[in-house]
Design a protein around this ligand. Structure first.
Ligand SMILES: NC(=O)c1ccc[n+]([C@@H]2O[C@H](COP(=O)([O-])OP(=O)(O)OC[C@H]3O[C@@H](n4cnc5c(N)ncnc54)[C@H](O)[C@@H]3O)[C@@H](O)[C@H]2O)c1
Length: 355
């Protein structure tokens, strides 16, 4: 059984999303109608091991594909990785009629989409998300990029995948921590757009295909309304001003996963909402309970100078004013201009107090 959704954006190539256990049948059919000069599959060592064989076992369409395997982790969203990949593409003699396939989580998607957008001025790419976070978020919406000097996604482009093939069973091999981290983004959708979805997810530990579709439908509505992130779409960034800054200034022994960083951001930004946009104490406590039940608070280890640099470089900012997304109530977000650094620091103090 396959569900399909379609993202259509004026004057842009649209993305068609296929989700279900039979999606590779659809991919096989799509490839038979095309004459790509070469398929290039981007993986990391985990998706090469856990996901590629599941496709190869039943289908032959990747038989002659080139595989470009990156080191897993956020460090691969970098200029040095970008350069090595472009060197490999030239060595394999890949032309502009090739098809790039992202087979991985958000990291693989962000860099594959970016390279697809710049290599020979643009190559088609399709998405096969393998992590829950990528299935519910990173695979959709055309944001691509790499990190630079402690700032997330500082360099990138808008470039939409032609097709997105979501095979939910890929999540079976995800490490528990990686699976759970995605719940930060799942909760975010409820907080910005749908209170009953937030309350439903707060009481669950996992999500099913219907929940994945719900997340994609919420994201799709924001992207359709504002594809290039100049207004409404910014609301998808709730939790990310602080989340992204923590992610790149993190000094803990193990990296801070994106979804956990967003989870911390949700709490801190809900705290600021209580102070600045009238979020009620009752709803704030519901958010605290819902988020911490899925993502238990952790001790913050970060470099304050790098944190402030990242906050000041956030892409939402304009005319030296810090922009952030806040909640008026659960299910209703607003774009708030001119946030003070004092509010940010106070919200981190609040978070430290509950660890
Ligand atoms: N472009 C967007 O719209 C967007 C949206 C949200 C997040 N992001 C980006 O996505 C990234 C986070 O994505 P993520 O959480 O998927 O992280 P990730 O891509 O780093 O994957 C996390 C870990 O899971 C492993 N993995 C992935 N699929 C697996 C599978 N099926 N089985 C076993 N292991 C598997 C990976 O190898 C990695 O070790 C961040 O860079 C974030 O900035 C982008």
């Amino acid at each position: 059984m396959i569900d399909t959704l379609e993202l259509c954006i004026e004057h842009q190539k649209a993305s068609k999303i296929h989700i279900g256990s039979g999606v590779f049948e659809s991919l096989d059919t799509f490839l038979k109608t095309k004459h790509y000069s070469k398929l290039v599959v981007f993986t990391d060592q985990n998706t090469t091991e856990m996901c590629l064989p599941l496709i190869d076992q039943y289908y032959s369409f990747l038989n002659n594909a080139e595989i470009i395997e990156l080191q897993d982790g956020e460090q691969s969203k970098s200029f040095s990785a970008l350069q090595s990949i472009i060197e490999a593409l030239i060595e394999y003699n890949i032309d502009r009629n090739a098809l790039f396939i992202a087979l991985g989580g958000g990291m693989i998607h962000d860099i594959t989409g970016f390279i697809a957008s710049i290599y020979k001025r643009g190559v088609d790419f399709i998405s096969i998300p393998t992590s829950l976070l990528c299935m519910i978020d990173a695979c959709l919406g055309g944001k691509t990029g790499i990190n630079f000097k402690h700032v997330k996604n500082q360099i990138g482009s808008f470039y939409f995948a032609k097709h997105i093939y979501i095979y939910p069973a890929f999540t079976n091999s995800l490490p528990k921590q990686v699976y759970t981290s995605a719940m930060g983004e799942v909760l975010k959708y409820g907080l910005i757009d749908n209170a009953s979805f937030f309350h439903k997810i707060s009481a669950q530990k996992t999500v099913d295909q219907e929940d994945i579709l719900k997340c994609l439908n919420i994201k799709m509505a924001f992207v359709k309304a504002d594809p290039f992130d100049t207004g409404q779409r910014k609301k998808l960034n709730f939790g990310h001003t602080i989340g992204h800054a923590l992610e790149t200034s993190w000094t803990g022994k193990t990296p801070l996963l994106h979804g956990y960083a967003v989870g911390i951001g949700l709490l801190c930004e809900a705290y600021i909402s209580k102070k600045r946009t009238g979020l009620s104490e009752t709803e704030f406590k519901q958010i605290e309970k819902g988020v911490t039940s899925l993502l238990p608070p952790i001790k913050l280890n970060f470099n304050q100078d790098n944190f402030i640099t990242a906050i000041k470089q956030d892409k939402k900012n304009s005319h030296h004013r810090i922009q952030i997304i806040l909640l008026e109530r659960i299910g209703n977000a607003i774009v708030y201009d001119n946030l003070s650094l004092d509010d940010l620091i106070e919200s981190l103090d609040y978070y430290q107090s509950i660890t």
